[in-house]
Design a protein around this ligand. Structure first.
Ligand code: ATP
Length: 219
């Protein structure tokens, strides 16, 4: 079984790490590959470069063999000279291992937007999807995706190479990168110290050292 957890990780936070560890408990996998996305995404706030996001991901995963930083997608994007879509990343993983049970992990909020993903239906032909519940972020599924989910829903660990949807009931942490970026720059009355509580210590130190996200001083 190959388990991949994609994200912009801008920055990677304790919610991501907690989620990846919960996936390791729920599935018979020794590790989750944390796949950094090259997509900038649509956001108004300052984000960090791919190089910084990668370094923070490496720092966050260091010391826990269950968490494997993976630059497959950003390397592909560099080669292509454009963003690499998830479906293409999964095609590459599938080509390397045609028989493997592949599991792509997404948060419930990201899953609700799945129909906007490039060639979204093809994702089911390439992998199983594991959907993580996120407190406070459970937008309803569009009717078509809701139907698809009901048909594909698995009662337990995926056994087929692709095509199933597993909803993981494990409790997730109420942490988002958006809130962390706001706290770092002191927006909305938030303090950088709040971000410190939601980030791996090495990542918080890295952000301060490199002055990322418009971080303001704690003092
Ligand atoms: P942003 O606030 O910038 O959108 P984010 O915190 O959602 O960031 P991403 O890197 O966009 O982080 O998320 C990567 C994946 O991790 C997505 O599938 C997302 O739904 C999921 N995820 C993010 N935070 C959590 C969390 N606290 N618990 C479980 N899953 C999460």
């Amino acid at each position: 079984m190959i388990c991949l957890f994609g994200g912009t990780f801008d920055p990677v936070h304790l919610g991501h790490l907690h989620a990846a560890r919960a996936v390791c408990e729920a599935l018979p996998v020794p590790a989750v590959r944390m796949v950094l996305s090259a997509r900038p995404g649509h956001r108004d706030e300052p984000g960090a470069s791919t190089a910084h996001r990668w370094r923070m991901l490496e720092l966050a995963c260091a010391g826990d063999a269950r968490l494997q930083p993976d630059d497959l997608e950003v390397r592909r994007a560099e080669r292509l000279g454009r963003s690499s879509y998830t479906v293409e990343t999964l095609e590459a993983v599938r080509a390397a291992d045609p028989e493997a049970v592949i599991v792509w992990v997404v948060g419930r909020d990201a899953y609700a937007g799945l129909m906007t993903w490039h060639r979204w239906r093809d994702l089911f032909a390439l992998a199983n999807l594991l959907v993580l519940e996120r407190p406070g972020v459970s937008p309803p599924l569009p009717p078509e995706l809701d139907r698809e989910t009901r048909v594909r829903r698995l009662g337990g660990v995926p056994e087929s190479p692709a095509g199933g949807v597993l909803l993981l009931p494990a409790a997730m942490q109420d942490v988002s990168a958006t809130r962390i970026r706001r706290a770092l720059r002191g927006a909305d009355g938030l303090q950088p110290g709040l971000a410190a509580d939601l980030l791996p210590a090495a990542v918080y130190t890295y952000i301060k050292e490199h002055h990322l996200y418009g971080v303001v001083s704690d003092a």
